[in-house]
Ligand binder design. Structure first.
Ligand code: 4AD
Length: 455
């Protein structure tokens, strides 16, 4: 009853408040500011209330004293409510800590949207211990947690850094289509759709389109969603993922390998250059060591020897032999034991795609590479491309693909062919490695996998 009688007023004799975002708090100390955001944490004491405000740019501790703390609206305030707070930011007293090393002494606040309390309170909707599928149903609320916001800030920094390295290298960004009529990585993972009565697919990779850009624009890259109807429920497969791909003209396989390792090392260095991101990463992945150049190079052949020497079996439970796929479990064994990035090269023709260039010194294997990282395994797949038309036709025949819908891709080998190569990077896998997440699902805003297409 007492609390209901308190009326909060915005004192017009106080200086006018400057509207700021929390990230600019340090620059705006000791003058009156107004900030809007969400109540991230809330602690009520007698005559004192501490609320941590979140606005996406940071966190700010706000201190409410006297009437402000005792008012009914404060006593009934809930987590995730939106508020407008007025006051002055001061450094925290010696020996105390708060985000940014300061706190807002509130002189007035108002509520924009009161979130529910009780049974519908956010803490009942989003419990760490909940079943993962319930948490995915509540993804829109889970996203507000500190771990998730940290990951998505790192994600933005990662994409920004890739673009910065490409800019440094003079490689141009293009935007290929998502709706296509050709496959790149095998028919079994295509999502088919009807396109005005024609058969079409969601793209598995923009590679073929990037190849056609080379004569027009020179070296190119794209950041595009790729779609795979993966049936396997693994911690590193999504049905939709963000694919960073590049294609480079007139280079050798060795140059391609150097390009890939340089790109990855420089990108990580740029990510860590940002102090906010470095701080987030030090919490998510305290033991993270930036990769050192050059990366270890290992051929497929020597990987089989490595696995056989340690008695790691193939998928049939037998010793590895030439032509076997190195599946996830075996790959992980290698990455975890070796503990550093590996460029795994020269895979057999039969286990790779129709477009891959064969090695000049051994036609059983291709100029192909997978980049393997500790904890996740493959984060990148790339190769040199067949640039002779007849050779390419043999590739289609081997894989039982009708070359007709690929006429535009084939023309690349007719109108001024050239040696070229490229690769695709799985954004969510790189993030799982950087942020030390168990699954790529944590690294996608709204992950899609078999059985999950909501929210
Ligand atoms: O190895 P992939 O299938 O290679 C290609 O698509 C090439 N056409 C790319 C190119 O050369 N332009 O895929 C490349 C990378 C993988 O190394 C992996 O990081 C990621 O894409 N990836 C997936 N990430 C999440 N979920 C999936 N289902 C993925 N499939 C591939």
């Amino acid at each position: 009853e007492e609390a209901k009688k308190i009326v909060l007023v915005n004192d017009s004799s106080l200086p006018e408040a400057k509207r700021i975002k929390i990230r600019d708090g340090s620059k705006s100390r000791e003058s009156r500011v107004v900030i809007q955001g969400w109540v991230h944490r809330l602690r009520l004491q007698k005559g004192l209330a501490f609320l941590v405000l979140r606005d996406g740019t940071g966190f700010l501790q706000c201190v409410l004293a006297g009437d402000l703390a005792n008012a009914y609206s404060t006593l009934t305030l809930t987590l995730e409510s939106t508020v407008t707070v007025y006051g002055v930011i001061h450094p925290v007293p010696e020996g105390k800590s708060a985000p940014g090393g300061h706190e807002l002494a509130v002189d007035y606040y108002s509520i924009v949207g009161l979130a529910p309390g009780g049974d519908d309170a956010i803490t009942n909707k989003v419990q760490e211990s909940a079943d993962p599928s319930l948490l995915l149903d509540m993804r829109h609320l889970v996203l507000r947690g500190e771990t998730m916001t940290g990951i998505f800030k790192v994600r933005a920094a990662l994409l920004r850094s890739f673009r910065r390295v490409y800019e440094d290298m003079g490689i141009l960004e293009v935007t290929p289509p998502c709706m296509v009529q050709t496959q790149v990585e095998g028919g079994s993972t295509l999502f088919a759709l009807k396109y005005y009565g024609e058969d079409a697919y969601l793209t598995q990779s923009s590679q073929l389109y990037l190849e056609t850009c080379l004569p027009a624009l020179g070296d190119v890259f794209c950041v595009q969603e790729s779609f795979r109807a993966e049936r396997s429920h693994t911690r590193r497969h999504l049905s939709e993922y963000t694919h960073v791909e590049a294609e480079l003209a007139f280079l050798t396989f060795d140059e391609l390998l150097v390009h890939i390792e340089t790109l990855l090392a420089k990108t990580v260095a740029y990510v860590l250059e940002d102090p906010e991101i470095a701080e987030i990463l030090s919490k998510l992945n305290p033991g993270f060591k930036p990769p050192q150049l050059p990366f270890l190079r290992m051929t497929y052949d020597s990987a089989l020897d490595w696995l056989n020497e340690r008695g790691v079996p193939n998928e049939e439970g037998e010793a590895f032999k030439f032509g076997d796929d190195i599946a996830e479990a075996a790959e992980r064994k290698m990455t975890d034991e070796i503990g550093e990035p590996i460029l795994l090269t020269r895979f057999p023709v039969e286990i790779k795609s129709f477009y891959m260039q064969k090695c000049a010194d051994d036609p059983r294997v291709t100029e192909s590479v997978d980049v393997l990282m500790p904890n996740v395994g493959e984060i990148t797949g790339g190769s040199m491309r067949i640039y002779d038309l007849d050779e390419l036709m043999k590739g289609y025949a081997r894989e039982g693909i009708n070359p007709e819908p690929y006429y535009w891709f084939n023309d690349q080998r007719v109108y001024g062919t050239c040696p070229h190569g490229g690769y695709g990077l799985g954004t969510e896998r790189i993030l799982a490695w950087l942020c030390d997440r168990f699954t790529v699902r944590d690294c996608s805003l709204y992950p899609r996998f078999a059985g999950r297409c909501k929210p």
